[in-house]
Design a protein around this ligand. Structure first.
Ligand code: PLP
Length: 405
């Protein structure tokens, strides 16, 4: 009789967002007259910008004519998109990244989950706590994390780097040396960032100990402060140790369209001199047949003059919501962080409530849905995440309700 992959069976319980959905559905069924405001899930709500819609339309029309029809995309992605990213995201910032170091994909979730495949099973990972669950769960699936302790909610073979109020929700370099370090700034769920000098310390550390940094830059477009780096390659030496993941989901509303990229510089080599670039190229070419031409054309429009202008307005819309949440809650006496360079506000629960107690309290008393911080890791206990991805009207209403509690 066949057996399933036993590593998959190690994953604990149900997915955070399905637990939330169940609770919310039960509340709504019991209280059909109550109007809920959802500031929970990190998904965009604004429609695609006109420049992107135009580009999608014309790409579809190209598919209708024999001379311009396209089949399989090139392995790495279309040159026009890789070049646009290399020029705009990197070279324009003085970062030395070439178009052929950029691998186009269908999003950063897949890339962040898949990239671990090119590392040895005995590599040790380090993650922030709280953290985007994909990093750890996919390493569990690969048999890299040891055993799970339900008491501490930690894996025996993972290095956790607590991000707390005391350290400004930024990790400190761990005592134990990791092989792979996952970093995400601006951060989901805490909305925190690090300065370029602080990130440089991580790059120097990784180069010193022979570790790789997997840098998730999904929220780069939300950076508003001067000294916050837009890419890890602003740091000296990052070409030797850092992979960067890019997404079109949060900056351009592609959560349902699907587009992203992994940047793997040719300079990163393992202990035996094997380049990660060659391995990822092999993996990409073997297991992936590319983001659609139509979608890659839509991605190109993100870098057009009209696209940039329209997307800056979209980000500004969400960040006005973030400001509304941040200021409103602060005024109401809450302890809040994030929201300045990220669409997430990280809110400390009042009166020593647990994250789930405060989640229930807001759901029942204010009819506002957040996300319990403990769902992102043990150090998220005592916190709730609110997102700026709602409409402005709903955001204002939600904050009024919380203020009036
Ligand atoms: C939303 C998000 C992504 C983006 O994932 P896509 O697959 O590109 O939609 C990546 N990383 C983090 C931390 C996120 O929150």
């Amino acid at each position: 009789m066949f057996k399933v992959n036993q590593d998959y069976l190690k994953l604990p319980g149900s997915y955070l967002f399905s637990t939330i959905a169940k609770k919310v559905a039960a509340f709504q069924a019991a209280n059909p007259d109550k109007e809920l405001i959802r500031l929970g899930i990190g998904d965009v709500t604004q429609p695609l910008a006109p420049a992107i819609i135009d580009s999608l339309h014309s790409a579809v029309d190209e598919m209708a004519a024999a001379e311009t029809f396209r089949g399989y995309a090139p392995d790495l992605g279309y040159e026009f998109l890789r070049r646009a990213m290399a020029e705009n995201d990197y070279q324009a910032r003085g970062c030395d990244i070439d178009a052929d170091e950029i691998f186009i994909s269908d999003g950063a979730k897949c890339d962040s989950g898949n990239i671990q495949e090119i590392f040895s099973p005995d590599c040790k990972i380090a993650v922030c706590d709280p953290v985007y669950p994909v990093y750890v769960d996919t390493n569990v699936m690969a048999g890299r994390c040891g055993t799970y302790d339900p008491e501490t909610e930690m894996w025996s073979n993972v290095i956790y780097m607590p991000c707390t109020k005391e350290n400004g929700f930024a990790p400190v370099i761990p005592d134990e040396i990791p092989d792979i370090i996952y970093l995400c700034f601006p951060n989901n769920p805490t909305g925190s960032t690090v300065t370029k000098d602080e990130l440089q310390k991580w790059v120097d550390y990784a180069n010193r100990v022979g570790a790789v940094i997997i840098y998730d830059a999904a929220y780069e477009a939300y950076i508003s402060e001067e000294d916050v780096p837009h890419t890890v390659y602003e740091c000296e030496g990052a070409r030797n140790c850092a992979i960067e993941l890019r997404s079109f989901s949060k900056n351009a509303g592609f959560t349902g369209v699907r587009l992203g990229a992994a940047v793997v510089p040719k300079d990163i080599k393992d202990a035996d001199g094997v380049t990660l670039h060659s391995l990822w190229a092999r993996r990409h070419g073997t297991k992936y047949n590319g983001a659609p031409y139509i979608v890659q054309k839509a991605g190109e429009a993100v870098y057009s003059e009209a696209g940039r202008k329209q997307l800056a307005q979209q980000v500004a819309y969400y960040m006005k919501n973030a400001r509304t949440i941040y200021d409103g809650l602060k005024e109401a006496g809450y302890s809040v962080s994030g929201g300045i360079n990220a669409p997430y506000i990280w809110l400390e629960t009042p009166d020593n409530m647990t994250a789930w107690e405060f989640f229930d309290y807001l759901l029942e008393k204010a009819n506002v849905v957040g996300t319990p911080g403990s769902g992102f890791g043990p150090s998220g206990e005592g916190y709730l995440r609110l997102t700026a991805f709602g409409t402005y009207e709903n955001t204002v209403a939600a904050i009024e309700r919380i203020k009036n509690l």
